[in-house]
Design a protein around this ligand. Structure first.
Ligand code: CP
Ligand code: NVA
Length: 310
């Protein structure tokens, strides 16, 4: 039976039940199919999504804006200097006002707490389009993509190589929720936040899967079904890029490293990729790479999320 998710916020995958997570995947598949065959699917006719961006974006902006349009609604884009929010108006008042005009809000910003507060005060669903802490829409899409390619999630092993950042955190939430093993290899000082690792360990124990945090990329990649990486310096950390490159060079995903994975491993990256840093062309352009299918799936998965919560 369908679970009613109307009005729900999506701040973290951790807030979703396993059933809700799979419901998103099922609807994503249905909507993807409908789009391919040209079947109408205007599930959000007359609805308006406000899209607030305090950081730049290609995929998130375009997939949300195209997605809401394909569902029969419209998207309104607000860039870093467009709103009073956080400048001359507090989050509470902005949330109350936006709730009188819009049917949903998607926000990409720095502080995760700001998104939690926005959701607390808004009377409409709030979707997290990336914070410094988490990137749930990306990881729901990643799991959907793995499911499409491998026909299963439970029992697979994902190796994440690189910075213990928002992607690493959401992958910890996501993999542990669906019973995938996840091994994260990061340099000391750049490992994921302990509270997120501990939370994932609790979920994994319940699902019978394993969480490993290591400094050894070869150990992490061993027998992996999926190799994932992300930029070494995230948005907002640009000034640290040169210093980080020194710490991370051993964590580059290159042909030598991927030899340790299963031969049919998938290479994944949320993109944008810094080719020559965290990954080299021979891997990102190889037959194992699914990065552009992954990027396309942002559209289908976010349409499902919007259709379910708005
Ligand atoms: N992966 C992702 O969120 O890309 P953008 O920064 O281009 O939105
Ligand atoms: N970790 C990256 C992800 C971009 C989609 C960042 O936050 O910049």
């Amino acid at each position: 039976m369908a679970i009613n998710m109307k009005g729900k916020d999506l701040i973290s995958i951790n807030d979703l039940s396993v059933e809700e997570t799979y419901q998103i995947f099922e609807l994503s598949q249905t909507l993807k199919q409908k789009q391919l065959t040209g079947e109408p699917h205007k599930l959000l006719e007359g609805k308006t999504l406000g899209m607030i961006f305090h950081k730049r974006s290609t995929r998130t902006r375009i997939s949300f804006e195209t997605g809401i349009y394909q569902l029969g609604g419209i998207g309104l884009y607000f860039g870093p200097d467009d709103l009073q929010l956080g400048k001359s108006e507090n989050i509470h008042d902005s949330a109350k006002v936006l709730s009188r005009y819009l049917s949903g809000i998607m926000i990409r910003t720095f502080s995760h707490q700001d998104v939690i507060d926005l959701a607390k005060y808004a009377d409409i669903p709030v979707i997290n389009g990336l914070t410094d802490l988490l990137h749930p829409c990306q990881v729901l899409t990643d799991l959907f993509t793995i499911l499409e390619k491998k026909r299963q999630l439970k029992g697979l092993k994902l190796a994440y190589i690189g910075d213990g950042n928002n992607m690493a955190h959401s992958l910890l939430h996501g993999c542990s929720k669906v019973g995938m093993d996840i091994s994260i290899a990061s340099p000391s000082g750049y490992t994921p936040k302990e509270e997120i690792v501990n939370n994932a360990k609790r979920n994994a124990a319940y699902m019978g899967s394993k969480i490993e945090i290591t400094n050894d990329p070869v150990a992490a990649v061993k027998n992996a079904d999926v190799i994932y990486t992300d930029v070494w310096a995230s948005m907002g950390q640009e000034s640290e890029a040169a210093d980080r490159r020194n710490h991370f060079m051993k964590y580059q995903v290159n042909p030598e490293l991927v030899k340790n994975a299963k031969s049919d491993y998938l290479f994944m990256h949320c993109l944008p990729a810094h080719r020559g840093d965290e990954v080299v062309n021979e891997v990102v352009d190889s037959e194992n790479s699914v990065v552009f299918d992954e990027a396309e799936n942002r559209l289908h998965v976010q349409k499902a999320i919007m259709a379910l919560v708005m």
